[in-house]
Design a protein around this ligand. Structure first.
Ligand SMILES: NC(=O)c1ccc[n+]([C@@H]2O[C@H](COP(=O)([O-])OP(=O)(O)OC[C@H]3O[C@@H](n4cnc5c(N)ncnc54)[C@H](O)[C@@H]3O)[C@@H](O)[C@H]2O)c1
Ligand SMILES: CC(C)C[C@H](N)C(=O)O
Length: 364
């Protein structure tokens, strides 16, 4: 893999490879863009088949965070970490502490949080070594686990998408096919069940499936059958790239709205959804509840303030559909524009020199 060529493709600032033989840590921190502020993005632990696959995931996810944070109006850049390993077998205290020291070495350019395969307990271990971590235990004044807030944002974003597709934002009686019923989707299913939606679920983890079946009366289907269900909405809440050449022809739904990052395998798959009249709620907007919540820790966490901001996801999704119609572009392009325009505005307005701690001559 030609790494610098890859980095130039979407102008990545920095890739940091972290290795600690003692604990088995193999992590890649991707800092994509810090125009708006320090790069904030979660840490994913996954059993990647190859190092190339891990690098690809880190950079795709890191860039996604730049767009997510910009579109959410946060003063934060985008980044992400992947740790190579099986989250069920390979974790240990030393690993997360070693990782915490690597984050500390970046001196605030990167701030982490949870993602797939990591938990509040892991963040607490990172916190033993660095302050540049969010989503730690509430006992430390933190916002805690971001997943329920991501789920809530996703729920209200789905309602905004339903309004666009069906002319009514009620999800009562709607059939929703949910892929992956982990941390985010379990709570999403709870909201949907409480509103009277019918749920079809799948997961590669049988326990997760059983929980959704027992708690919400969901119907379980196999992982490969979720795309072809007779449903109103498809909610991808597992891994990325699942809207692709194989899956799109199977979809019978009118809406795609879920929490997974990087749902479109390639940009052209967003065009294909549009061509088929399927309303797509852009992933990095609908799933921004968690990052909005943890980002509030930078001001001293206030739940009321954070949730007020999370509520704006409904309007953001609605605005994206308006831009999409106004500019005659698919919703994923409208969302990209919203984020890119904000980054450009801030980049331009930062043209004046601002003295910082490195320009104080009296310290010599
Ligand atoms: N946790 C958050 O706050 C948050 C915020 C924004 C975006 N996201 C994104 O939402 C998605 C879910 O995150 P999570 O925190 O709930 O993770 P999670 O690991 O708790 O849940 C993911 C679930 O998907 C299942 N899964 C994996 N591959 C699958 C497949 N091929 N078919 C069916 N099920 C499969 C897993 O077994 C697991 O139960 C991820 O893409 C994540 O990046 C999460
Ligand atoms: C809570 C966030 C910082 C990270 C989250 N996993 C996301 O993708 O948005």
């Amino acid at each position: 893999m030609e790494i610098f060529k890859k980095m130039e493709e979407h102008d990545y600032e920095q890739l940091v490879f972290c290795q600690d033989k003692n604990s088995g840590l193999k992590a890649i921190i991707c800092i994509h863009d810090t125009t708006l502020g320090p790069a904030l993005g979660g840490t994913r632990m996954w059993n990647y088949a190859t190092e190339e696959e891990a690098i690809e995931d880190a950079i795709r996810l890191g860039r996604g965070m730049t767009y997510k944070n910009a579109a959410a109006g946060l003063n934060l850049g985008g980044g992400k970490t992947v740790i190579i390993g099986d989250p069920l077998k390979d974790k240990n205290e030393e690993m997360f502490r070693a990782f915490g020291r690597f984050i500390q070495g970046l001196n605030g350019r990167y701030i982490t949080a949870e993602d797939v395969g990591t938990t509040v307990a892991d963040m607490d271990l990172i916190h033993e070594e660095t302050d540049f971590v969010t989503g730690i235990s509430p006992a430390f004044g933190s916002s805690g686990n971001p997943s329920p807030v991501t789920a809530y944002g996703c729920y209200i974003g789905m309602k905004a998408a339903a309004l666009e597709a069906f002319g009514d934002d009620s999800l009562e009686g709607k059939t929703i096919a949910v892929q992956g019923v982990g941390n985010v989707a379990y709570t999403l299913c709870k909201h949907l069940h409480e509103e009277g939606a019918k749920l079809i679920v799948t997961d590669i983890n049988q326990e997760a499936v059983d929980r959704a079946v027992n708690d919400f009366g969901a119907t379980a289907v196999g992982p490969n059958d979720i795309y072809s269900q007779e449903a109103d909405i498809f909610a991808p809440c597992a891994m990325g790239a699942i809207i692709n050449d194989d899956t799109i022809p199977q979809l019978k739904v009118k809406v795609v709205a879920g929490s997974a990052n990087n749902q479109l395998k390639e940009a052209r798959h967003g065009d294909e959804l549009e061509a088929r009249g399927i309303v797509y709620a852009p992933d990095f907007v609908i799933n921004s509840g968690g990052v909005i919540n943890v980002a509030d820790e930078l001001y001293g966490y206030n739940n009321e303030r954070a949730m007020k901001r999370v509520e704006t996801i409904y309007d953001s999704i609605t605005k994206i559909f308006e831009i999409s119609k106004r500019d005659n572009v698919p919703s994923y392009i409208a969302a990209d524009r919203m984020a890119e325009e904000r980054i450009e505005r801030v980049r331009t307005s930062r043209s004046q020199f601002l003295r910082n701690e490195h320009n104080i001559l009296s310290r010599r």
